[in-house]
Design a protein around this ligand. Structure first.
Ligand SMILES: NC(=O)c1ccc[n+]([C@@H]2O[C@H](COP(=O)([O-])OP(=O)(O)OC[C@H]3O[C@@H](n4cnc5c(N)ncnc54)[C@H](OP(=O)(O)O)[C@@H]3O)[C@@H](O)[C@H]2O)c1
Length: 258
């Protein structure tokens, strides 16, 4: 059965991908740790849209999680023709004060799992000469972000990796795109133990996902969600990188915790 696999589907941007794609008739496999939320969403979307929505409750930072997830989709005989690598988290604060374990988990989830799942699912997509992968990066991918150093670096990886794969796979009928949202109204800030930005500075997950799905249809290799986010990332390219980093450092140092 043709299926869209969404990681981090229990809330935020991932849940919104599930809602918009269910409305388009896609069958879904929803993955995250919160089993109750996944089961509720899968039931709701199956009933509402007459699709098949399934879930797998899994900590993707666990050892061999990506391998086990791939084995599970094989066992269920799912043909994953659309992969959305969305699960991810950030941390705000002085790098030197962080636990090494938290950074290791962030790199595992934001980078390693994303690369492994892309490996597993891109091969069959290429054999079928059809498929799509969206990797969720961030506007933080475009510059170093002091006080979110590891997070921004993971997203720079995701952007670079996705654009390179988009080019490699264009001729094979497989689309790869990095989605770069700016501040979005989700649980992200609570998970990062960071102050929530004012609502007027955030996009809704609905707007972000609509932008992503439109850009994927057009064949973009990346998309920045929101005009103001687009202009800021373009303006940064005109200023020396050291100056951009210093300005970001000043802004982020005072963007403290509650
Ligand atoms: N919100 C923003 O401002 C913003 C901006 C730019 C980029 N992004 C990116 O957007 C993506 C989605 O984040 P969001 O904003 O929607 O935040 P969110 O509401 O916190 O959602 C994160 C999702 O990832 C899942 N997740 C976290 N750790 C996991 C793990 N170890 N194993 C499996 N699933 C895990 C969470 O589910 P469980 O807790 O149930 O596991 C949840 O479904 C992330 O990659 C984030 O970096 C967000």
């Amino acid at each position: 059965m043709k299926t869209t696999l969404i990681t981090g589907a229990s809330g935020g941007i991932g849940e919104e991908f599930a809602r918009q794609l269910a409305a388009r008739g896609n069958n879904l496999l929803l993955v995250a740790r919160s089993e109750d939320r996944l089961a509720k969403l899968a039931n709701e979307l199956s009933d509402q849209h007459k699709i098949t929505a399934q879930h797998v409750a899994l900590d993707l930072t666990a050892e061999r999680a990506a391998h086990n997830l791939f084995a599970e989709t094989e066992r269920r005989e799912l043909e994953v023709d659309f992969l959305i690598n969305n699960a991810g988290f950030g941390s705000l604060g002085d790098f030197a004060s962080f636990d090494v374990e938290r950074d290791e988990q962030m790199i595992a989830l934001n980078i390693s799992v994303l690369v492994s799942l892309t490996h597993f699912y891109i091969r069959p997509m290429r054999e079928r000469r059809r498929g799509a992968i969206i990797n969720v990066a961030s506007t933080a991918a475009f510059q170093p972000v002091p006080y979110m150093a590891t997070y921004a670096a993971t997203k720079a990886f995701v952007l670079s990796f996705s654009e390179a794969l988009a080019e490699e796979n264009r001729q094979h009928g497989v689309k790869v795109m990095a989605l770069c949202p700016g501040a979005t109204d989700t649980n992200f800030f609570a998970a990062a133990e960071a102050t929530r930005p004012p609502y007027r500075m955030m996009q809704t997950p609905q707007a972000v996902v609509e932008t992503a799905l439109r850009a994927l249809e057009k064949g973009n290799s990346h998309v920045i969600s929101g005009w103001s986010n687009y202009f800021v990332t373009q303006a940064e390219r005109l200023i020396p990188r050291s100056v951009v980093t210093r300005i970001a450092g000043k802004a982020m140092r005072h963007y403290g915790k509650d």
